[in-house]
Design a protein around this ligand. Sequence first.
Ligand SMILES: *Cc1c(COP(=O)(O)O)cnc(C)c1O
Length: 444
Amino acid sequence: MAIDKQQLLREHPDIKDFLDLKPTLWLNPGALANDQIWQHERFTIEDIEASDADLHRYAPLLEKVFPETIETHGIIESPLVLADKMGQVLAEKENFSGHLLVKLDSELSVAGSIKARGGVYEVLKFAEKLALENGIIADKDDDYTKLARPAARQLFSQYKVQVGSTGNLGLSIGITAAGLGFKAIVHMSADATQWKKDLLRKKGAKVIEYTGDYNTAVAQGRKESDADPHSYFVDDEKSATLFLGYAVAALRMRKQLKDLGIKVDRDHPMFIYSPCGVGGSPAGVCYGMKILFGDAVHTFFVEPTHCPSVGLGMATGLNEQISVKDVGIDGKTAADGLACGRPSGIAGRIMKPILAGDVTVDDAKLFDYMRLLHDTEDRIIEPSSCAAFAGPVMLFNTAAGKKYMADHGLTPEIMKNSIHVAWATGGSKLPEATVKEYLNTHLD
Ligand SMILES: *Cc1c(COP(=O)(O)O)cnc(C)c1O
């Protein structure tokens, strides 16, 4: 579709910073109060609980196939930790109040990123369906470790599981599928880093490399998969299973907050900052948070200034009908996990009444935040994940952020009790040499 940039800007003056590649906080005019949201939405708390129950059913199987999950009894979950030392630096250098926390999805087992939530779930659900249809298990009360036996592996080896990815979704789907015995095929965009391709091949997945972007890799992968009746395509832009797998994070977080003795209510608001590519995983996570915490939670996506795809899609209402390239933005960013020029359609529509806003961040800051987190908290997460820290900085230091707090009755008193969760979406599988290189990267 041909898009007239000047015309679009006249109709939506609030996209100016996106077009100018300027770090910004865009406030979502479609956001509604909690009591008006749910009539517009399709997934319920029961759907999320059902997915959590699925994951508990799959747990014994996961322990068998991925012994690294034995410690957590086959449940893949990440720590939620306080990062007050980093919060202190932000308060001194920028302007910030409340508590900073980091949700370490970077440490999720199997995939080392947030994709372990949706990706592992979707592959297991497909395996379950095949196992039920082919009598490997009799019903959902049967012993799921049967899915790790030779008869099941023989069955799975007749099927391909394919996915298009900039890296982490590919790792998650590829490792899980290959681990169960499927033929795993990952279509990788040009943005994918070499170590992710190497790791996948080591795990037994086939990696097909593209010179094009994420959307090219997905389109080609989908085409090849659709032509083969024994192939299952994991569709990041349409999958309800992936979405619900991400949303389960909220149930787990509720318990973690309780265990940490952290209250979340109107006088103790929680802010979530989620690095965003096509929008699938942050939408799932934030949706779950909103269902559980209602008006007490404020959810923000964070994107690179060179790839504000979900922000642009939501601000113009065009969602997946617009790519950043349509308005002359190159989509090039060091945040490989966020390099998706065209947003997912479901993410934009589902988040319309929920999302508080979209923050954009310059690439240079990603490496600054990576160093800061390393120096203050001794933790390593990948550059894409570091986008999250731009969230609180922009909330407290921009006119839009101040307006947001004022409009929502978030007084300085209340903000002292606020918690700010930076969602660390990936990083534990980074090779040491890559970590060193990133820590020494200074862009401007
Ligand atoms: C996948 C991913 C995200 C979010 O991506 P979506 O495409 O919006 O689901 C953010 N950070 C990292 C490191 C990721 O792998």
